[in-house]
Design a binder for this molecule. Structure first.
Ligand code: PLP
Length: 390
């Protein structure tokens, strides 16, 4: 046989035989639930008033199924609010902060966003504890006479709080947990969380647009006893004449929601119930993260961004390239890898977040199938072979 290889030419490596069936590894919006298709959505509520008996009933069902799947106690209210997770976090911050000192914790971009809100917008002079990407702050040192704002899972660094043991039962302040990439994938200690927020497009693979705001009794007490010294836009207002507007937590939304997004979320919640509820969702995420970890362990060019396994996310898994190349060169390699994989329909949206150190971010939430994570490994090698430093 004649050797036709041109000396010095780069030969693209052979493509792996198997592709992920659903290459949707974005960290939000995330993969739709397995078996999802638009024809399967209940559409009678579309083109109807969200305040009709039908519309309100569907919104209430979304609240009830959220409680059921997540095991949220009756002590806590659940509301569907405008403007996704950011809306839910900011309406809580704007409505409740200022009554006592505040500590904000940040170890990545979104937590840093809440610091910016507290420092520059609300100007409440908080204590700020920060850690670099891949690390976490010293949770034991948090002063719990303060209101404490933190992100349960830092989506852009793949660092999560390991558990809620650091939150005291007899804390004087309120805890505010932005749990948007944690709910439905991690156990949350509801009795320790006074304010919890999330949006539908993460672990449930829903559509963006709406936030969910979960209030414990102490948060309601704060809302009813404290009037902040700042203007509140209508979409942030949760009380009337000093009393909580209970309707918000029963499906009477503040303004018009997308009923299509609500129906899509209901599909995901029903899927969650069918597969066995929260435990099954957590198991799926954990199996995905474990499969990805096996891929990482088997490669000397790839490693986890968080060095400590105890704080590693099982949803937004952030990885770094092991190379001597500088940050700009690594960013270029990541960009090229992500684009090669996208063109092949082998992996979508796996470049790390724009503010994070260059690396790959691979979503392992419950809607992703473990077989697809396993199929991704050889494709990562295929892409790396084409971008790695000579
Ligand atoms: C931890 C965290 N907080 C907040 C947000 C913003 O969420 P949304 O776009 O639903 O407002 C994100 C989005 O990725 C996030 O990961």
């Amino acid at each position: 046989m004649t050797d036709t290889t041109v000396p010095g030419a780069t030969v693209a490596p052979a493509k792996p035989a198997i592709k992920p069936a659903r290459p949707h590894f974005s960290s939000g919006p995330c993969a739709k639930p397995p078996g999802w298709s638009p024809e399967k959505l209940f559409l009678d509520s579309l083109g109807r008033s969200h305040r009709s008996k039908l519309g309100k009933g569907r919104l209430k069902r979304a609240i009830d199924l959220t409680r059921d799947v997540l095991g949220i106690p009756d002590t806590h209210r659940i509301g569907i609010v405008p403007a996704s997770d950011t809306g839910a976090v900011e309406m809580a911050m704007w409505s409740m902060l200022g009554a006592r000192p505040v500590t904000t914790l940040a170890w990545e971009s979104f937590g840093q966003g809440w610091v910016t809100d507290a420092v520059k917008q609300l100007k409440i002079d908080p204590t700020v504890l920060t850690a670099d990407y891949g690390a976490i702050v010293d949770l034991a040192s948090v002063d719990q006479s303060h209101d404490v704002i933190f992100t349960w899972n830092g989506t852009t660094s793949g660092v999560r709080v390991p558990n809620g043991d650091w939150i005291r039962d007899d804390r004087e302040g309120l805890t505010f947990a932005d749990a948007t990439s944690a709910v439905f994938a991690m156990e949350l200690p509801w009795d320790k969380l006074d304010v919890t927020t999330f949006s539908w497009q993460k672990v449930m693979g829903g559509e963006g647009g709406h936030g969910v705001l979960i209030l414990g009794p102490r948060a309601v007490e704060r809302l009813e006893s404290f009037t902040p010294d700042r203007p509140l836009p209508k979409i942030f207002r949760m009380t009337k004449s000093g009393k909580l507007i209970e309707g918000i937590f029963e499906g009477a939304t503040i303004n018009t929601p997308s009923m299509l997004a609500v129906e899509d979320y209901l599909f995901a919640l029903e899927w969650a119930q069918e597969i066995g509820g929260l435990n099954a969702l957590i198991s799926r995420s954990t199996a995905n993260a474990t499969a990805l970890d096996r891929i990482v362990q088997a490669r000397d060019w790839l490693d986890h961004l968080p060095a400590d396994p105890a704080i590693r996310s099982n949803t937004s898994v952030c990885l770094k390239l092991v190379t001597d190349a500088d940050a700009d060169a690594q960013a270029a390699m990541v960009k090229k890898m992500a684009s090669l994989l996208e063109v092949e329909d082998a992996a979508y949206d796996i470049a790390g977040y724009r503010d994070a150190p260059p690396g790959l971010r691979i979503w392992c939430g419950a809607t992703v199938d473990t077989g697809d994570i396993e199929a991704l490994g050889p494709w990562l090698d295929w892409a790396w072979e084409q971008v790695k430093p000579a």
